[in-house]
Design a protein around this ligand. Structure first.
Ligand code: FES
Length: 214
């Protein structure tokens, strides 16, 4: 009886099966590598698109232009970090990641240092505490056109003071010194959306809508 392990035809068949398996494995690896490369390229493209959209929204945002003015006045000096953060907080109501990155980039400082300063001082807030946030501008243009009245009515309606959050954590009330939108004073920012030419009634209606839809 022929031993199949020494049978030349059997060995030839084994060798060709082995070869086919190797070829298949190589093909699969190549496909996997190709898929990985394509996935990375797509992720890179998506990141670039997000970055582009971010830059476009920053370019349109008047609060960043006001921040640029402060940076320019201080010659982008790193010594002006606290002043710049203070101004940014005044304009944005709080300092989110995007603002901190912008400041770090403008002052050529490591982001970690900017975060360190922003978290060290209690006067800086990195996040609005509530689910919704309402920033009332009390800069000169907004103040003379009724900004303070808007704030007073909001304080009454929400039952909290400026800088506080409602006990249910729903709304944070903040103020800004100037949001760079003086042309549409008085202005408020509701959940990041600038609303101009406001009065107590219009802001209260918008806040009530925010609460109702949350
Ligand atoms: S004073 Fe309110 S936007 Fe400038």
């Amino acid at each position: 009886m022929t031993n199949p392990t020494v049978d030349p035809a059997f060995r030839k068949q084994q060798a060709s099966q082995l070869q086919a398996r190797k070829y298949q494995t190589r093909k699969e690896r190549l496909l996997q590598t190709q898929e990985l490369i394509e996935k990375e390229a797509q992720e890179k493209k998506a990141k670039q698109l997000i970055e582009k959209q971010k830059q476009e929204s920053i370019a349109k945002d008047q609060r960043y232009r006001a921040l640029d003015n402060v940076l320019r006045k201080r010659n982008n000096s790193q010594d002006a970090l606290i002043e710049v953060l203070h101004h940014a907080q005044g304009s944005f109501g709080y300092l989110d990641d995007e603002v901190l990155e912008y400041v770090a980039h403008s002052l050529k400082l490591p982001l970690s240092q900017v975060y360190g300063v922003a978290t060290f001082y209690h006067l800086f807030s990195l996040k609005p505490q509530g689910k919704h946030n309402c920033v009332v501008c009390l800069g000169t243009a907004c103040y003379v056109k009724g900004g303070e009245k808007i704030l007073t009515e909001l304080e009454k309606f929400l039952g909290i003071k400026n800088g506080e959050t409602t006990p249910d954590g729903n709304v944070s009330l903040l103020t800004a010194r100037c949001m760079g939108a003086c042309g549409i004073a008085p202005a408020v920012i509701l959940d990041g959306e600038v609303a101009g030419k406001q009065n107590e009634d219009s802001v209260l209606t918008s806040v009530k809508e925010l609460i109702a839809n949350s």
